[in-house]
Design a protein around this ligand. Structure first.
Ligand SMILES: *[C@@H]1O[C@H](CO)[C@@H](O)[C@H](O)[C@H]1NC(C)=O
Ligand SMILES: *[C@@H]1O[C@H](CO)[C@@H](O)[C@H](O)[C@H]1NC(C)=O
Ligand SMILES: *[C@@H]1O[C@H](CO)[C@@H](O)[C@H](O)[C@H]1NC(C)=O
Ligand SMILES: *[C@@H]1O[C@H](CO)[C@@H](O)[C@H](O)[C@H]1NC(C)=O
Length: 588
């Protein structure tokens, strides 16, 4: 080895600098690629082709592969009223019909708005086929702005930056009602005004960011546009004249109501489950919607408390002993919410350091009511919180911060703010006083426990600040005549999509729909299982259930030995169906 001279040393330095730069570039490149492939997950191949041809559809194996499922993408007009706007690409997944006598396609929507429907065939194909029929292709798609569909709604660059904005605000944690014991307290009024002022200011910032970052791309996310997409996709996939079949839950019932009323002559079989009032959705500003949604929330809450007490502390630790008065449990909850209103709970070691407010805790309880089969778990989590450890409860509200795309709120607002009417001038914008009055009305007249608790989970409002209008906004009529009756499914104690909304849609289409009602608590029928309602899902095979059928629920909310016996007594067929329903409930 020769000693290194000065010249050599300069050269070496240059070589080191150059190779370091090259290395950094390589590392960055590799990192970006892995980052992007995480970003798009299974769909690296679904990036739109260079020249997008309208109506072009690709099907290929999903990545990773899923048995009997194809993943795909279809090119649709971005704006059905203006060809110059260009194209959009809709991400699809299809669980193929298992029978050789394939009957066509059923389009699916999982709710939200914001739920990526392409996940349904991928994660729940066999269970959905059990419910709908295995002679149909089941097609999930990511609606406009959502999931892998492009353009996507991305106001913030990542979950990290959206979390930085929403963390510990009333948007993340909901509105705190310091005590429900005196709803005419002037102190309470002032506290609500203060929180709603913050709420409105945050909504204004959020809307301005979305408008600036997304520009005109934000115009194409509304439900009416998604209806046109379903029509377009159905024509490409099944042919011009084949009827559209559809299955949608929760917000999917809004999409369903729009679909059948906008295009009645195109409609085949349609099931909607967990009904949201489409008249209010399309004709009232979004901050007014929740008062309708919580009509039955108190009923569900009472069932939760009663079932817990009946189950006893081994199954539901919120009760001190079996058959304790349910009002005692209710009082312990209120004492907890009041105490947390006076002193929010510090959570240093949760998914991220932070606090849990009373509004956040109450909002989580409201969400928990939607899924009775999750009650045993949720009862344990609340019981820990009530006895001093709120980490697990807090983790239900606050998720780990990552560089994934921002979740939920912006894609949801991109839909709701194009669907709901917006006041024409700032003089008519709702004020903190308006929101407070509306909230107090909901607490006094509809649900004293949850009248102001929908914001956690259903973060609507603030559409007056939204930057754009869509190409089309549908507002009715809602009384279409259909060749095949639409099937509507409601529950008697649904804390967020009340029976009254199901009855409303049914009454607007008395001869073009039938309603069946499951007699139990839950948001969706498969969140509570009724074998009787289920076996009437001969619907997609052409068997129309009798209008007004009421089905008892079959599965206990805090299952012990007895309910196990009940399940064992079911026929093999029913047990298989029940298994499919459990799969749906657990993974939906
Ligand atoms: C609180 O609960 C969390 C999650 O179950 C646990 O990790 C933590 O150790 C508990 N904290 C205390 C102080 O017991
Ligand atoms: C449907 O409703 C519209 C307006 O709401 C009304 O004008 C029309 O007469 C109704 N049609 C039928 C068939 O009832
Ligand atoms: C559905 O099942 C119930 C019992 O589980 C039975 O009584 C009823 O007749 C069945 N209905 C249909 C339409 O098969
Ligand atoms: C269908 O059943 C619902 C619920 O019982 C009822 O309100 C409605 O009037 C019925 N419709 C018809 C046309 O009978």
């Amino acid at each position: 080895m020769l000693p290194i001279t000065a010249t050599d040393s300069r050269l070496l330095k240059q070589i080191i600098i150059i190779s370091t730069v090259v290395l950094i570039v390589i590392i960055l490149f590799v990192n970006t690629r892995t980052y992007l492939s995480q970003f798009y997950q299974r769909k690296t191949s679904l990036v739109a082709p260079k020249v997008a041809i309208l109506g072009e559809i690709h099907w290929e194996e999903c990545v990773p592969a899923v048995e009997n499922v194809d993943c795909g993408m279809i090119i649709v007009p971005k704006d059905y009223f203006n060809a110059e706007a260009g194209t959009a690409s809709i991400a699809l997944a299809r669980y193929r019909a298992q029978k050789t006598t394939r009957r066509g396609s059923v389009f699916l929507n999982p709710g939200g708005p914001g739920g990526p429907g392409s996940k349904l065939p991928i994660t729940l194909g066999p269970a959905l086929a059990k419910l709908i029929g295995d002679d149909w292709d089941l097609i999930g798609f990511d609606p406009r702005g959502i999931g892998s569909t492009r353009p996507a709604t991305r106001c913030f660059s990542s979950r990290l930056s959206s979390t930085a904005f929403f963390a510990n605000t009333v948007i993340e944690q909901g509105i705190t009602v310091s005590s429900i014991s005196d709803l005419s307290s002037p102190l309470l009024y002032d506290e609500l005004i203060e929180q709603h002022r913050q709420f409105l200011a945050l909504k204004e910032v959020h809307a301005e960011i979305c408008g600036k970052v997304m520009g005109d791309e934000l115009r194409y996310m509304g439900t009416a546009t998604v209806v046109r997409d379903i029509d377009f996709m159905s024509k490409i996939i099944e042919g011009e004249n084949k009827k559209i079949n559809y299955w949608g839950v929760s917000y999917g019932s809004i999409l369903g109501a729009y679909l059948v009323n906008m295009l009645p002559h195109r409609i085949g079989y349609v099931v909607i489950d967990g009904i949201v009032d489409p008249v209010s959705w399309s004709n009232e500003p979004s901050h007014k919607w929740p008062i309708n949604w919580i009509a039955d929330a108190e009923k569900t809450y009472k069932i939760f408390l009663q079932d817990c007490s009946k189950a006893g502390p081994s199954l539901c630790p919120l009760t001190e002993y079996k058959d304790e008065l349910w009002q005692n449990l209710e009082r312990r909850f209120e004492d907890f919410f009041d105490a947390v209103a006076r002193k929010p709970i510090p959570v240093p070691f949760g998914n991220r350091p932070g606090i849990l407010t009373s509004g956040g805790a109450r909002g989580l309880l409201r969400i928990a009511l939607q899924r009775p089969l999750g009650w045993p778990k949720v009862a344990k989590v609340f019981s820990s919180a009530l006895t001093g450890n709120a980490t697990e409860l807090y983790n239900l509200l606050v998720h780990p911060v990552t560089h994934d795309p921002e979740p939920y709120i912006s894609p949801r607002l991109a839909v709701t703010c194009l669907d709901s009417p917006r006041p024409p001038s700032p003089d008519e914008f709702p004020t903190a006083e308006d929101l407070t009055k509306q909230g107090l009305k909901a607490l006094r007249e509809v649900s004293p426990h949850f009248g102001l608790s929908t914001g956690v989970g259903e973060p609507d409002g603030g559409c007056q600040y939204w930057a754009v209008d869509g190409p089309e906004r549908y507002t009715g009529p809602w009384n279409a005549t259909l060749e095949t009756k639409m099937l509507i499914i409601s529950n008697t104690a649904d804390p967020i999509t009340p029976k009254s909304s199901g009855l409303l849609v049914n009454s607007l289409m008395p001869h073009s729909s039938v309603i069946i009602i499951q007699d139990g608590p839950a948001l969706l029928d498969f969140y509570a299982f009724s074998m009787y309602c289920k076996n009437s899902t001969g619907y997609f095979a052409g068997e129309m259930p009798k209008n007004g059928t009421v089905c008892p629920v079959d599965v206990a909310t805090f299952p012990g030995e007895e309910s196990e016996k009940h399940i064992q007594a079911l026929s093999a067929d029913d047990q298989e169906l029940l298994k499919a329903l459990k799969d749906l409930e657990a993974n939906f």
